[in-house]
Design a protein around this ligand. Structure first.
Ligand code: MF3
Ligand code: CO
Length: 252
């Protein structure tokens, strides 16, 4: 494991990359409504990215090469849904939008789950719990705490609500590469794992299921769905650990 601790000037650059991500997500969120295709969201993300002089962190990533700049994960899709022109958002959907960008050699990465029109109480509660779980996780990003305190904050909040934590995918360190050490689980035990130190930057991304924790990847090699096909929600922020506590780089 090789962890790259960032200087404050590097963190400033990461802030820039993440503000691009935040801006793109704001534009997409504004456009999200019944009748809009996920393919159209991907094009809007691509146009906005160019306008902001940044490049995609997702396009061409991995094996098989990821074919879009955006991930759009509807309802039972956990993460890594591939946008399509013939996939139309409809009233009552929840859609995770996940976006990553490079600027000045550094990566920003963030995701939100958006409610489309009038959604069920069950869906809204899952999304709000996942959003809150990420906030609790961020609050643990203080020097002296340990890595698993982050996952424990997520798990100990969502499991009593009857939800489950996805284990197959995790958050990650982030910097000059989108994925750096360490892996950031959304479950764990308090007071375990490496000590959090100033300069560590983490992409924390709870994926929370209404049903069981198991996921499967579809034949496209990317789309991850819940095995029981129940709903899943996902939020992600890139967070710098500093002497003054957590700084959420992907939020204005
Ligand atoms: N936020 C996700 C991650 O950290 C998105 C990756 S999508 C990919 O892994 F296409 F780039 F893989
Ligand atoms: Co990420």
């Amino acid at each position: 494991m090789r962890i790259y601790y960032k200087t404050s000037s590097e963190i400033e650059k990461m802030r820039d990359a993440n503000l691009v991500v935040c801006e793109v997500l704001d534009v997409l969120e504004e456009r999200c409504r019944p009748g809009v295709s996920t393919g159209e969201l991907n094009e809007l993300a691509d146009r906005t990215l160019r306008k902001l002089n940044a490049t995609s962190a997702f396009l061409g990533y991995g094996h098989p090469p990821y074919p879009a700049v955006l991930c759009t994960s509807i309802n039972e899709v956990v993460v890594h849904g591939i946008p399509r022109k013939d996939e139309i958002l409809k009233d009552g959907d929840i859609v995770g939008i996940d976006f990553g960008a490079f600027r000045h050699g550094f990566c920003g990465d963030s995701a939100r789950t958006i409610l489309i029109g009038q959604v069920s109480d069950a869906a809204r509660k899952l999304v709000e719990a996942t959003r809150h779980a990420l906030e609790l996780a961020i609050q643990r990003c203080v020097p002296g705490n340990r890595l698993q305190d982050i996952g424990w904050a997520v798990q100990s909040f969502v499991e009593p609500l009857g939800y489950s934590v996805v284990r197959k995918f995790v958050g990650h360190g982030i910097g000059r590469a989108m994925h750096e050490d360490p892996q950031v689980q959304n479950y764990g035990e308090p007071n375990k794992g490496i000590r959090l130190k100033p300069g560590l930057v983490l992409a924390i991304e709870p994926m929370i299921n209404a049903g069981g924790p198991d996921v499967e990847v579809l034949d496209d090699g990317w789309t991850a769905v819940t095995r029981d096909r129940q709903l899943s929600a996902h939020f992600e922020h890139s967070v710098a650990i500093t002497e003054n506590g957590p700084v959420v780089l992907s939020r204005r």
